[in-house]
Design a binder for this molecule. Structure first.
Ligand code: GLN
Length: 476
């Protein structure tokens, strides 16, 4: 059996061409990897029989010369992305038995290119969290150290790539949920520009922030997945018709990069992360890029602004899970009020309830101006000031997260604000609608440290290109 860890689809496809492997062999391999690493709790379900059948089909297509561009790619999907005929629970009890009645547009486009879906990944309930400890199905363990969190909310998606349970995965990012777990697992995580990829079929958490994106081991896989998923979709009015481009790495391109002064001076920044931040700045300079300090004085406003707006949107989006049309109905329900009340009380976890209540509060008539309306104004300033940086610079650099993966149970037992502060560097991009990527750099005690680049809207290829360069600094 094939037991080699592949880090890009290009390598898989060339080995298939040379007869060194096949989709059927790879299916065996990934299924056995999933069994071997079941204790990580990264996957909620592996579609074993379906994967084997699809693999045989794709092998036939390859032989017949009719295979799509993703032939040979085994992809895991976050449990908040609809795949027709398969359970999609958002890692919530309230949707435990929900079967998707249609397939998300982004996923359908990948399926049209013969991607094979290995299974669905654990995540924080309704994508709310930064450690995957808010899942109704338990925490995901970091494969580098099983006592540490995976990050979140796309923790299962990140660990699935880290532990080689699949070649690539899909996550969703509202405030950092692709990039922060990528940082904690040594993988590459891309949050595309708002509107780049259709949200049709992605569970809505905060609709003006949410984006689907890839977690991979290589920039080329991220680029290919992005290219195929991107583009306008009449099922999502916020999807953009901006031209979809192909990504090809360009090693000679030199960038003008701003790095965040406030992040460097941030109190909560772990010394090892600070050292990695200084290290990448030095390496980029040596490589011929222009790297300059930039003061962006809004860092302290970002997390509060993000949590006011996203909880408001969540309180509205999650109102559909009432035990009536959507969501499991409580057995104690006997009239309309008790159906709503008991179904929601039993079905949602603590963090989701906290956010629904916070969101309802900030939207209430008495508090609206003080919180929601004010946060909208702050968001506009954050967006304008972020765009201003990118008028003078190609890229904005800062660490993805202030720390490496923390202990399971460590932050969860503290007050929720401690967990929210894990998002301090990642919320700027979605508040501004801009794309950002987390790239693995140094390690500290065996735990990876990701650095984040943000760029102009629809310039994802520049993020992939710089990731390609940065990867060479750390892997030789
Ligand atoms: N940690 C952030 C939150 O809890 C980000 C979540 C996300 O991007 N889905 O909201």
């Amino acid at each position: 059996m094939n037991t080699k860890k592949y880090t890009s689809l290009q390598n898989i496809q060339s080995d298939i061409r040379e007869g060194k492997t096949s989709c059927v062999l790879l299916a065996d391999y990934y299924i056995s990897q999933n069994k071997k690493h079941a204790h990580l709790n990264a996957m909620l379900e592996v579609f074993e029989e379906e994967v084997r059948a699809k693999a045989a089909e794709v092998d036939d297509k390859i032989k017949a010369g009719t295979a799509g561009r993703l032939a040979g790619m085994f992809l895991a999907i976050k449990d908040n992305i609809c795949y027709k005929g398969h359970t999609a629970s958002g890692a919530s009890k309230i949707l435990e038995n929900y079967e998707a009645v249609y397939t998300a547009t982004a996923l359908q486009r990948l399926l049209n290119e013969d991607v094979i879906i290995i299974g669905r990944c654990n995540c924080d309930e309704f994508a709310m969290g930064a450690s995957n400890e808010n899942s109704a199905y338990g925490a995901v363990k970091n494969a580098a150290d099983n006592t540490k969190v995976s990050g979140g909310s796309s923790g299962g998606s990140a660990v699935a790539v880290q532990a080689d349970l699949c070649l690539a995965s899909l996550g969703s990012d509202t405030g950092g949920s692709i990039r922060q777990p990528a940082s904690f697992t040594g993988t590459l995580g891309l949050k595309p520009t708002y509107g780049r990829i259709s949200r049709s079929g992605l569970f809505s958490y905060a609709s003006s922030f949410d984006q689907i994106g890839p977690i991979t081991s290589s920039d080329t896989d991220a680029g290919l997945l992005l290219e195929i998923m991107a583009g306008v979709d009449d099922q999502d009015a916020t999807s953009s018709s901006a031209e979809v481009t192909t990504y090809t790495p360009n090693a000679s391109k030199k960038y003008k990069i701003a790095y965040s002064k406030e992040a460097m001076e941030s109190e909560g920044l772990e010394p090892a992360v600070k050292a990695a931040y200084q290290d990448i700045i030095a390496k980029l300079k040596t490589d011929g890029h222009t790297v300059e300090e930039y003061s962006y004085p809004y860092l302290d406003y970002m997390v509060p602004c993000y949590y006011v707006l996203t909880t408001a949107e969540a309180s509205s989006n999650l109102s559909r899970y009432s035990g009536m049309l959507y969501g499991r109905r409580s057995e104690q329900a006997h009239d309309i009020n008790s159906t709503f009340k008991k179904s929601r009380s039993e079905g949602f976890g603590t963090e989701v309830k906290r956010r629904i209540m916070t969101g309802t509060f900030v939207l209430s008539a008495d508090e609206y101006d003080a919180y929601y309306a004010k946060a909208q104004k702050v968001r506009r300033i954050i967006k304008e000031e972020s765009e201003k940086i990118l008028e003078s610079y190609d890229l904005f650099l800062c660490p993805t997260a202030p720390s490496t993966a923390f202990d399971i149970g460590g932050k969860q037992s503290q007050d929720p604000i401690q967990m929210y502060l894990a998002d301090i560097f990642t919320v700027q991009a979605p508040l501004s609608g801009l794309p950002a990527i987390s790239v693995p750099t140094l390690e500290s005690n065996g735990m990876s440290i990701g650095m984040q680049f943000m760029t102009k809207a629809f310039a994802e290829n520049e993020l992939l290109n710089i990731s390609n360069r940065v990867t060479t600094y750390y892997t030789g």
